[in-house]
Design a protein around this ligand. Structure first.
Ligand SMILES: [Zn+2]
Length: 471
């Protein structure tokens, strides 16, 4: 008995030891710790005044892209399939106009300056059929691509700028809006000149080509008399571009063990607003949160995953340029992906994870478009500290790089901290205003869920009606 009981005891404890060692082996990756000093080190450089706010398609953006590439190399990432290095560049057009635009619609003629203010232009002449809409009816009205939409009046409690941003989402190519306090304010804010967004040189999708015209009162009365469907044209004269510009995406690749298992795409944007209008004597828009924080998340997830056991799926880590100029880097990437888009199982973008959102549970990130697919809920089941975006009215899902990929069918969402913190797009979005412990914990919380996603067979799907489409 003694012997037997002793033997049994041995068997039991040996089994327990096997079980424990097995558990340790299975859980070994969980021992990865995102160290706060690594997070701080990335931010110290990315958000420093030396990089002058990482303006879209500038040398500062290129320097940032080089830093990210160097880090990727250090972690052991490889160049993506078909690439020799880690940087994908795209030519950018930076339009300039002569300031003498002309508008015509039926018998109505108007000149820039005396008849209207050209608020924004893609740098090219535009024409299309007129659709008039009362300000009260703007709501979620949709228009065929290429429409010229005239807002005939602005109801009390609304501004022309608010109405035109709804129309922009509704697909209008050119908006004619009344010149009011809000348009005047916006025009002054951008320096008293036409906003001329950058655009990709060769792209079928040039959304930043939208044109916005603020029409003076007398011309508005005349345009009101023009019948719907009448051809409207705006003629602009572009000046030759002084020097060629490029934007830069940094791409790192972690090959998986199963070439047929698909690829996970982890992304952020590395550019910000550069140098702009001074606030309290500070003109450098550091973008420590927007989006050096997301870039840091991509870097540290690359660090963690490349240091762990081999994964079944491949992972692409991408930091895009020119997000602030209209998601140009991600649009270009979507048109020139190093792996076929159909092989991209999921895209997680990281944006502004540097502060806790007051509406979210403590330590939790919001995921834009949470209900559009089963990706968010499934990652949450696997321990990700994420939840539904409490600001659907802000359209965050459409306001980050995930959107360019989502439009192409990839299940793509953005994980973010505070949706619009007080530092949003201000020069004080700097290191001092980051919550580094929150940020470090947020990145840490995603390591294992992302590792699970890259090791599993789970293929996320859009929920019915969740996949976005551009009209
Ligand atoms: Zn931004």
């Amino acid at each position: 008995m003694l012997y037997r009981s002793g033997f049994l005891k041995y068997v039991v404890s040996a089994a327990a030891i096997c079980l424990i060692t097995g558990m340790i082996a299975a859980q070994a990756p969980a021992s990865w710790t995102v160290r706060p000093e690594w997070v701080r080190a990335h931010e110290e450089f990315l958000a420093s005044d030396v990089l002058a706010g990482r303006g879209s398609a500038t040398r500062d953006e290129e320097l940032t892209a080089s830093y990210v590439a160097s880090e990727f190399i250090g972690y052991g990432l490889r160049p993506a399939p078909g690439m020799n290095g880690y940087i994908q560049s795209a030519e950018i057009i930076s339009p300039e106009l002569d300031g003498h635009a002309a508008l015509s619609a039926g018998n109505v003629r108007a000149e820039e300056g005396t008849g209207f203010t050209l608020m924004q232009s893609g740098g090219v002449s535009m024409n299309g059929p007129l659709s008039k809409i009362r300000g009260a009816d703007v709501g979620s009205a949709k228009f065929p691509r290429g429409s010229v939409v005239l807002i005939t009046d602005v109801p009390a409690g609304k501004t022309a700028v608010q109405l035109s941003s709804s129309l922009w989402r509704g697909g209008a190519a050119m908006i004619l809006e009344p010149w009011d306090d809000s348009t005047q304010q916006l025009y002054t804010m951008v320096g008293g000149k036409t906003r001329l967004p950058l655009r990709l040189k060769d792209s079928p999708d040039n959304r930043s080509g939208i044109t916005v015209v603020a029409v003076n009162a007398a011309q508005l009365v005349q345009l009101n008399e023009v019948a719907d469907g009448t051809a409207v044209s705006l003629t602009v004269k572009a000046l030759p571009q002084a020097s060629p510009r490029k934007t830069f995406n940094t791409i790192g690749y972690l090959p998986g063990t199963d070439a047929n298992a698909g690829t996970i795409l982890l992304t952020a944007n590395l550019d910000h607003l550069g140098v702009g209008r001074p606030v309290n004597g500070d003109s450098i828009y550091n973008g420590a949160n927007d989006d050096a924080a997301g870039t840091t998340a991509v870097l540290e997830l690359a660090h963690a995953l490349a240091s762990g056991p081999k994964l079944k799926r491949s992972v692409l880590f991408v930091c895009y340029g020119s997000e602030e100029a209209g998601e140009l880097g991600s649009t270009y990437f979507g048109e020139h992906p190093p792996v076929p888009l159909k092989d991209l199982v999921a895209n997680l973008e990281f944006e502004m994870i540097g502060n806790q959102d007051p509406k979210m549970p403590k330590g939790t990130l919001l995921l834009t478009g949470y209900d559009r697919s089963n990706l968010g809920p499934t990652l949450k089941e696997h321990g990700a500290l994420i939840g539904p975006d409490p600001y659907p009215e802000q359209h965050f899902f459409e306001r980050s790089d995930n959107y360019a990929l989502a439009l192409k069918g990839v299940v793509a969402h953005t994980a973010a901290g505070w949706g619009t913190p007080p530092t949003y797009h201000q020069p004080n979005d700097d290191l001092a205003h980051l919550d580094l412990p929150f940020m470090t914990a947020a990145i840490q919380s995603l390591v294992e869920p992302v590792r699970w996603l890259a090791s599993s067979d789970f293929v996320p799907k859009w929920n019915p009606g969740g996949k976005p489409s551009r009209n």
